[in-house]
Design a protein around this ligand. Sequence first.
Ligand SMILES: NC(=O)c1ccc[n+]([C@@H]2O[C@H](COP(=O)([O-])OP(=O)(O)OC[C@H]3O[C@@H](n4cnc5c(N)ncnc54)[C@H](OP(=O)(O)O)[C@@H]3O)[C@@H](O)[C@H]2O)c1
Length: 278
Amino acid sequence: MSNLVMQLYPLPGGERPLHGLYLNHTLRQTAEASERPFVYANFIVSLDGRIAVPHPTKPGLTVPPDTANERDWRLFQELGAQADLIISSGRYLRDWADGRAQEILQIDDPRFADLRQWRQSQGLPPQPDIAIISASLEFPTPDVLSAGGRKIVVFTVAGRDPARIRAIEANVGPVFVVGEGSVDGRQLVQQLGRLGYHTVYSAAGPRILHLLISGGVLNRLYLTHAHRLLGSAPYTTIVEGAALAPPPNLRLHSLYYDPSALNGAGQLFTTYDVRTTE
Ligand SMILES: NC(=O)c1ccc[n+]([C@@H]2O[C@H](COP(=O)([O-])OP(=O)(O)OC[C@H]3O[C@@H](n4cnc5c(N)ncnc54)[C@H](OP(=O)(O)O)[C@@H]3O)[C@@H](O)[C@H]2O)c1
């Protein structure tokens, strides 16, 4: 299978190697120029906009096996490698514990040894730290979370059980209250800035994307359009929550065509810079 993709924007385009495509976006340099943490998120969607489908044997949803693919996963890892911190969630840890989540916690996958070397060459710790966003605070804390010296920070809402907070702080990491009924994106990112994080990657789902957008703190969206139609119910897409008013404008930052993915169906790698409407 070809290791090349076609850059369609910005022009002039041309063939580019898949490996290194998103490392070349130099997100850490972009973050250095930003006054507050630079926050980016990533999803793979079907052409009918689906990010998840019902799990075949368990309750709840899962990333569709008909869109997930190695080439997109490589770019997911390149985005993760550039981060100081990855945002995940209570739901992710619950799904991870019952074996249905995509693996974002593993630290020794041989396919991504070059990315670990890249982090080392940049003077970064082997792994980004992890932020867990959870209103329920009901999540398991497997040992792999703190593998390789990775730090964990938990963000939640007011009014949680103090005993549960103490237990998490004793066993996992600090807990910050950054909202009332919902985690507030602006407070979350302010606190991440105070903790010294500059480059923040959200690998979480549609409600967390909503709180980042409604808090005005999402800088860039990475969206892979897998050239398949899925159908299925319930319909789950990249943003879930109240209407975004005013709706943010997203400006195309780059566009690549990857014809070899998904048995020749192909996919588009699109990236957008988020602009708040005045
Ligand atoms: N295709 C893709 O690229 C892609 C990417 C991401 C996710 N997905 C899939 O999409 C499906 C749904 O994702 P998801 O449920 O993880 O995403 P989510 O809607 O972002 O929510 C995840 C968890 O985050 C916490 N949370 C969310 N919003 C919150 C808020 N405003 N305040 C406080 N806590 C909040 C909750 O944790 P607690 O329940 O612990 O309170 C919630 O269960 C999953 O099947 C996932 O695999 C697909």
